[in-house]
Design a binder for this molecule. Sequence first.
Ligand SMILES: Nc1ncnc2c1ncn2[C@@H]1O[C@H](COP(=O)(O)OP(=O)(O)OP(=O)(O)O)[C@@H](O)[C@H]1O
Ligand SMILES: [Mg+2]
Length: 354
Amino acid sequence: MSDEAILTILKTVNYPGFSRDLVSFGLVQKAEMKGSTAQVILELSSSDQTLPKTIQKEVEEALLAAPAIDKAEVMIRVKKSASPQNSQSNQESENLSGVKRIIAVASGKGGVGKSTLSVNLACALARMKNLSGEPLKIGLMDCDLYGPSVPLLIGASGRPELVGENTLAPVESYGVKTISMGLLIDEESPVVWRGPMIMKTIQQFAHNVVWGDLDYLLIDLPPGTGDAQLSLAQILPLDGVVVVTTPQKAAVDVARRGARMFEKVNVPILGVVENMSYLLDEESGRKNHIFGQGGGATTAHALKCPFLGEIPLHEEVRLGGDHGTPVVIANPDNPSSKEMTEVARKLTELLPGD
Ligand SMILES: Nc1ncnc2c1ncn2[C@@H]1O[C@H](COP(=O)(O)OP(=O)(O)OP(=O)(O)O)[C@@H](O)[C@H]1O
Ligand SMILES: [Mg+2]
């Protein structure tokens, strides 16, 4: 049996809870046949203590099911994650050591307003003050590598400057330090991403960007439960995830599935935000629930987490994004701005920076 054949077997083993296999995530360090013994070394970084055992068992079973393999020697190396508590003394992990809290914004479904919410939450937080009266220091990492929308939404332009040998300075907009693939590549040059490349890029966003001292680093994710979500949970010490959904009952299952993935990798769900909840008749104050009702509350109930707020649908939200001036900056009194600011405030309560 060839070494290649072992890889083919490893490709049938999915990372627990995901539909992606161990090989495509780049976890395999060694896969060799010695006589009739298969020797495999895998490397992962996770705080979940049970994960190495689960993976080891599944890999062993898959290998031993092959007639040509009599013995399977499977070793799992666990890398330390780059959390500030156990950071190494090198420059790379120092870049995250001043970051107090890391919060991801996620959804199972596309187009529900994750990026809009990430950008507005970041700007709303940047307008808040800490106990000493200084503005909160905020960063925003755009992990949507295929469709980076953060730079347009927050009006960030220009290339991140190279600092030192291979570290980048984030681009600042409305006081928010931003990094995005959109700031690094031309719109016309589409990139075909493979699992390991996504992992590597997100690693670089985390470790090769000079974030400095931050009270909160927000992370905008692409929709779904794919490579970016798993990579992120592997690389960054996430403090929690905010799940965005829409009012439709049909959105509940997708949101729940998306959130479960984070539970599996031990990232707490901080709460659910329902976006595009209603159209407000500003004269009468009446709420028109044009997309139905209950999606957010039902999702929060199902996930046993707080329901953080309902953001109304408002033209100024979209216009703010189109013009690169987030609505919480363009018009803090807009009803959607007020709701998003309230969500930001709740997040500071759930995860105090001090
Ligand atoms: N509350 C709102 N009121 C009006 N328009 C909104 C609101 N929230 C989002 N939008 C608009 O909906 C569209 C989709 O929003 P956005 O790009 O933030 O979604 P997304 O979840 O990040 O999408 P993707 O899954 O593609 O990353 C944008 O045009 C945005 O301006
Ligand atoms: Mg988006």
